[in-house]
Design a protein around this ligand. Structure first.
Ligand code: BGC
Length: 346
């Protein structure tokens, strides 16, 4: 296992940002940065042996310091939306930062994707990892309690890229962490992902309103364009889904102790395949509907549907939905999530 730490840039406050390259002997290479605990690059060989970039990102720190579509970012305290940025907890009403129309999205104006994280690296013969930590102060973006958060990214010789999360809070608070990597298994910037073949281990999904807030219902995927229980191309029925896929699939009624199979994404062109398993009860399928020609790594241009995200998470707007699995972390308890990405060639 290779683990190399390199200077990546400087924030506007003058803080140094580091890049952490981890690579195994099969050519699976992940580069992380401690700004936003971001996955800056993922490379993996295709059937012709070429190690290619398969996630969207930027080459320079400067591009991460401006608004961007959360490329590779760690999202916190809350992945996806909380309606009107409001919720009530233990008799108190809370008002969060609103940054997506009337709603709170991905942790607010300065979420976990826009802060500098502490880091600690470790490496053995078989695996290497970087453990990031961030302590979110009481009241940050409107959330109660100080939240101490750890995110560990590991890579092993079995071509597994594992993300483990842990958090503890000084007061009850909603927590829903996720990672926002955009995947294009044919190669970032080489075209769209409509020909990728997707399987989702899910029987139902959460329908949303015009602001992408769940209506509270769970709908059966049976037979319609949302049904990926058997492998289907992403683009096959996308025209029947208004705006493209941007929905949370239900993996289970509650989180599980051990990761359970959630998705298989396969690119027939390159032969690359990624299997996702997670302890989370939901998986957000987002088909890059809002990508609009942003320029990324290597000068590549990322157009609509140029990549997709598979975000392991709890359900959006859970703090306002008693019927959804709870996202409330109480003091004394530990939030845990494990999500595994396993890569293979045919
Ligand atoms: C959400 C999209 C949102 C995107 C932001 C996804 O997780 O589901 O609605 O636009 O993140 O890049």
């Amino acid at each position: 296992m290779k683990l190399v730490i390199e200077y990546f840039g400087q924030t506007h406050d003058g803080d140094e940002v580091q890049g952490y390259l981890i690579e195994n002997s099969s050519g699976l290479a992940v580069r992380l940065i401690n700004y936003g605990a971001i996955v800056q690059s993922v490379k993996f060989p295709g059937k012709n042996g070429d190690q290619e970039e398969i996630s969207l990102g930027f080459d320079r720190l400067e591009d991460y310091l401006h608004e961007h579509p959360y490329f590779g970012a760690t999202i916190g305290r809350y992945g996806n939306r909380i309606a009107r940025g409001e919720f009530a907890l233990e008799g108190e009403a809370y008002k969060l930062a609103v940054n997506n129309g009337p709603n709170h999205l991905h942790g607010g104006l300065r979420g976990f994707d826009k802060v500098l994280w502490g880091s600690e690296e470790s490496s053995t013969g078989e695996a290497a990892s970087v453990r990031f930590n961030y302590s979110s102060p009481d009241g940050e973006e409107g959330y109660p309690g100080r939240l101490d958060t750890w995110v560990t990214f590991s890579l092993d010789e079995g071509n597994r890229f594992i993300i483990e999360y842990e958090a503890r809070s000084s007061a009850s608070t909603p927590v829903n962490l996720t990672n926002h990597t955009y995947w294009n298994l044919s190669g970032a910037g080489t075209g769209d992902i409509l020909g990728h073949e997707l399987t989702l281990v899910s029987e139902s999904y959460l329908p949303v309103d015009q602001d992408l807030i769940p209506t509270g219902k769970m709908a059966d995927v049976e037979g319609g364009p949302m049904d990926f229980r058997s492998p289907a191309t992403v683009g096959g029925r996308i025209g029947e889904v208004e705006g493209g896929y941007d929905h949370c699939y239900v993996l289970g009624e509650q989180p599980s102790k051990e990761p359970r199979p959630a998705a298989i994404l396969r690119d027939p062109l390159s032969g690359r395949c990624m299997r996702v398993s997670t302890t989370e009860p939901g998986l957000q399928l987002y088909t890059g509907n809002f990508l609009d020609g942003i320029k990324g790594s290597g000068g590549k241009v990322f157009e609509r549907h140029g990549a997709l995200c598979l975000e392991a998470q709890h359900f959006p707007d859970s703090p306002n939905r008693a019927e959804f699995p709870s996202t409330i972390l109480s003091p004394g308890d530990t939030y845990r999530q494990v999500t595994v990405h396993e890569f293979s060639l045919p």
